[in-house]
Design a protein around this ligand. Structure first.
Ligand SMILES: NC(=O)C1=CN([C@@H]2O[C@H](COP(=O)(O)OP(=O)(O)OC[C@H]3O[C@@H](n4cnc5c(N)ncnc54)[C@H](OP(=O)(O)O)[C@@H]3O)[C@@H](O)[C@H]2O)C=CC1
Ligand SMILES: CC(=O)N[C@@H](CCC(=O)OP(=O)(O)O)C(=O)O
Length: 344
């Protein structure tokens, strides 16, 4: 059994890790932290997990307890893993960070977008960007994983087949995306209140969202050159889900893009290219570690429209984190991750 610690167990991604790991045949959660809920039983805070974790209690983060485990997941706000990862790694425990702390290769760029100094630039060389569909080999031997952000997961998976093969113009790609409210975390914020978010749709971060440099970094690696991207996220009144719509100009209209996408992802357990003409729905991935993608070229024109959906808390965060753990520990990549989506 892999001994697991979760730092930040009361947040949405933390409890999603608990839910997924409860179904995992080769992992056991030994430590779960919360500073505000110290001493509270998981079973009392999350009754849906009563049978899975009857004894597990939230404790404050203590390095010796974390390093007694094989792997530590950070489901914490940005900057927390910077402060703790080094000591944990030095003790031989692996780290899977769901925050953005190690996603950008350039510490200076990170501090510009995140508004604080980078707390562990010396660890960046060890960090592997945990998008298995791109980095599977590097993940196998990694000690420190930077789990991609939710929007970056959907947008990159939607665009990779085009940019890797140089099939689209790469200077003016448009990403129009929508997220459910759980993407903003569990902390109280005006914008997450029911009366603000229900029956409403609003764009935000139009002048620059912190996921822009992460997406551009991934697309640059895939394309072998810098990519021009306009990224506009929206908040929509659902709890879970991301819907990404990408617009790009194809270089060759005669290409069968449906086949290109099907071939690129034919061996990927968690990417599903839908049949031609079918549009993906967020509810088809709710609770599942899956990205469903569709590609169309309306009216046989130059513009390709790619649509991708994920559950922000699963393939966009905790599910992808478990997928990384499976790869790092030499397990079947799908261990504990095969559940179907929840409908409705
Ligand atoms: N929500 C989403 O859809 C996604 C989130 N992410 C990222 O995952 C991370 C967690 O997100 P989410 O679950 O939404 O966040 P939440 O705000 O819901 O939860 C944050 C958790 O971190 C703990 N925490 C806060 N500050 C500290 C600290 N200084 N030291 C230790 N623990 C701390 C909190 O517990 P306590 O204060 O009691 O210790 C809480 O359990 C974030 O970096 C987020 O950006 C990534 C992809 C998607
Ligand atoms: C709806 C909403 O607020 N979404 C968050 C992104 C989700 C997320 O947590 O992404 P990270 O993993 O990069 O932190 C946002 O726009 O900042």
């Amino acid at each position: 059994m892999i001994k697991v610690a979760i730092v930040g167990g009361t947040g949405y991604t933390g409890v999603e890790l608990l839910r997924l790991l409860a179904l995992h045949p080769h992992a056991q959660v030994e430590v779960i932290t919360s500073r505000s809920e110290e001493g509270v039983r998981v079973a009392d805070m999350y009754p849906n997990l009563r049978e899975s974790y009857p004894e597990l209690v939230f404790s404050v983060p203590q390095v010796d307890k974390l390093t007694a485990c094989d792997v530590v997941f950070f489901a914490t706000p940005h900057g927390v893993a910077h402060g703790l990862a080094d000591e944990i790694l030095q003790a031989g425990t692996r780290v899977i960070d769901l925050s953005a702390d190690f996603r950008l290769e350039d510490a200076e760029e990170w501090s510009q977008w995140y508004g604080q100094p980078h707390g562990a630039p010396h660890l960046l060389a060890d960090a592997v960007y945990g998008l298995p569909e791109v980095n599977r080999e590097a993940i196998k031997t990694a000690r420190l994983i930077a789990v991609p952000g939710c929007y970056p997961t959907a947008v990159q998976l939607a665009l990779l087949p085009l940019v890797e093969a140089g099939l689209a113009e790469t200077q003016q790609i448009i990403a129009s995306c929508a997220s459910g409210v759980s993407g903003a975390g569990r902390g109280a914020k005006i914008g997450s209140l029911f009366c603000e978010a229900a029956e409403n749709m609003v764009a935000y971060g139009v002048s620059g969202h912190r996921h822009l440099p992460e997406i551009k970094q991934g697309l640059r690696r895939a394309a072998g050159q810098s990519v021009g991207l306009t990224f506009v996220p929206h908040l929509v009144p659902m709890i879970r889900g991301i819907h990404a719509t990408l617009y790009a100009t194809v270089l060759d209209r005669s290409l069968d893009l449906q086949s290109v996408y099907e071939q690129r992802y034919q061996n990927e357990p968690f990417v599903d290219v839908l049949p031609a003409g079918v549009c993906p729905q967020t509810r088809s991935v709710k609770g599942a570690n899956m990205c469903r993608i569709a590609v169309q070229r309306p009216q046989d024109g130059d513009v390709v429209v790619v649509m991708a959906v994920i559950d922000n808390l699963v393939k966009g965060a905790s599910g992808q984190a478990v997928q990384n753990m499976n790869i790092m520990f030499g397990l079947d990549e799908s261990s504990g991750l095969n559940s179907a989506a929840l409908i409705p």
